[in-house]
Design a protein around this ligand. Structure first.
Ligand SMILES: [Fe+2]
Ligand SMILES: [Fe+2]
Length: 148
């Protein structure tokens, strides 16, 4: 599969999980862990394979994307650390921040970086896709446990 199609499908999976957790209006450890795992794996695929392949043609956008992933990671860690005693309002507030940052980031990628890749490195997308699929297997059998 082309790298751009894999990344787009990752975005949809993550947005679906975020929507499900928001709709529940309560802390759900299983959904939260799936969001965490999927976001971490997606970030590794992009920062190790996809962004470096695009750095030559979209340098500034790639740098911005890397910074945004750092921000997303920070909010994600904050969300994971919130215990139920703190109250649902705090949890929902941080979840909302995460949701907004993730949504904005994915939208920028789909409007700018993915089309730039389709145009500028079209002949490499199948190979990059194979590398991404292999990395996912490696990550999911190592530190990130099960993510689906
Ligand atoms: Fe990204
Ligand atoms: Fe992405």
């Amino acid at each position: 599969m082309k790298a751009t199609d894999i990344l787009k499908s990752d975005h949809q999976t993550i947005l679906d999980l975020l929507n499900r957790l928001k709709a529940l209006k309560q802390r759900n450890a299983i959904l939260l862990q799936r969001i965490y795992d999927n976001l971490k794996v997606h970030k590794e695929c992009e920062t190790r394979i996809f962004y470096p392949a695009l750095d030559g043609i979209e340098h500034d956008e790639v740098q911005t994307s890397i910074e945004e992933h750092q921000e997303i990671d920070d909010v994600l860690e904050e969300l994971m650390a919130i215990r139920i005693q703190k109250g649902m309002a705090v949890f929902m507030e941080v979840l909302d921040t995460l949701d907004q940052k993730v949504r904005a980031h994915f939208q920028e990628e789909e409007e700018r970086l993915l089309p730039a890749a389709e145009e500028g490195i079209a002949e490499k997308l199948d190979d990059l896709g194979a590398q991404i699929e292999q990395l996912k297997i490696d990550l999911r059998t190592s530190q990130y446990g099960m993510a689906a």
